[in-house]
Write a protein that binds this ligand. Sequence first.
Ligand code: PLP
Length: 460
Amino acid sequence: MTVLPNSLEARDVAFVLHPYTNASQHLKDGPLLIAKGDGVHVIDSDGNRYIEALGGLFCASLGFSETRLVEAAYRQMQELPFYHSFGGKSHETAIELAERLIKLAPVPMSKVFFANSGSEANDTAMKLVWYYHNAIGRPEKKKIISRMRAYHGVTIASASLTGLANNHRDFDLPIDRVLHTDCPEFYRYGLEGESEEEFATRCAESLERLILQEGPETIGAFFAEPLMASGGCIVPPATYYEKVQAILRRYDILLIADEVICGFGRLGTMFGSESFGMQPDMITMAKQLSAAYQPISAIMINDKVHQAIVAESEKIGTFGHGFTYSGHPVATAVALETLKIYEERDILGHVQSVAPLFQERLHALGEHPLVGNARGRGMIGTLELVRNKATREAFKPTDGVAIQAGKRAQAHGVITRALGDNFSFCPPLIMTEAEINEMFDRSQVAIDETYGWAKTHGLI
Ligand code: PLP
């Protein structure tokens, strides 16, 4: 990179610490400066146009230039730019949004609590698991089970739920009380000759063994993202949640569905829970809740959890949890407008109509010699890049093959992110069939080039 003194690039390198970035490499590479958004595209400071194949970070469901959301924010800022909801204060957009969410809930829910990020929502859900069990007189039922390769965020509690090594390593995580059970990825962990259903049974049995080993009276909750998006677009094997939920019911363990990515149409259903027959006690959501135009997240709780909070308030005198910006008027106004747009434009119907093409193009790339497995659901999918298609041998992390594929894609006008060795797609939900074709055409060129690069570097 040629960096001019005092350019934005130079000032970025001088002053900004980037999330999820190799801090050493960034000093050499500098940033890609994004200057503008237009539909499913973003445009960099040199005027290059990219298809945003990941919807930013799995979130910009309505693309990058939805004026109705801009206007909703502006209107709200003029009327009431900020007010909080502590001590029983309230305002119209938070109330309307909560009511709408309860109506959309995939299972009966009672109340909505607002926060600002997916991590905060999951932290809150984790605290509520503990609070609930104290309230109902089972203070020993506090351990929480999540899954290997799950992604639930980066705050101390949610990073502990996350089951990815880089989120724990040298951060002294996970904290105690958090356990990880098997990752339900059939392609990687299914055994020779095992059917998907048998694999699901094995995962469920392994979960039950963990519960029995720890003592069912100590296990408070199971956290699950319906389809594990960031962990590598892991679609649960058939019958998985049916079997897992039977075990959770047997030992009276709460189910928390992390709908931060799956929520609001990504899988072709309003919530991912509906796609897989999940019946959660709490649901966390963020990202597409506001189409990413404002930072906002929410936790829906069922009546049984709410009753416990009421009982604790009677005992303690308050519910001692909340963020300054819980239910922020501008964020709730934008989220409300987002939900109205989803309904008026039948975004769910649109996803259902274009998803077959999306999945067909994804799975066609699954035939590529560099791709071991193509998997997805609705408008999310991934291509797992492997060294040896026949044996499924993976590349070493230091080979940097997915990073290379990401770079090649960027050179061809497609932005995605390397998640392990996964070349991932999670574009804005408004993407048309023509744009889907263009995204996969360009990605195919990038994958062909990466294959050539891997060969010349002796990686294949
Ligand atoms: N949960 C899931 C499933 C996510 O994918 C993410 C972020 O990607 C989070 C939680 C954390 O959300 P945030 O980055 O807003 O804290």
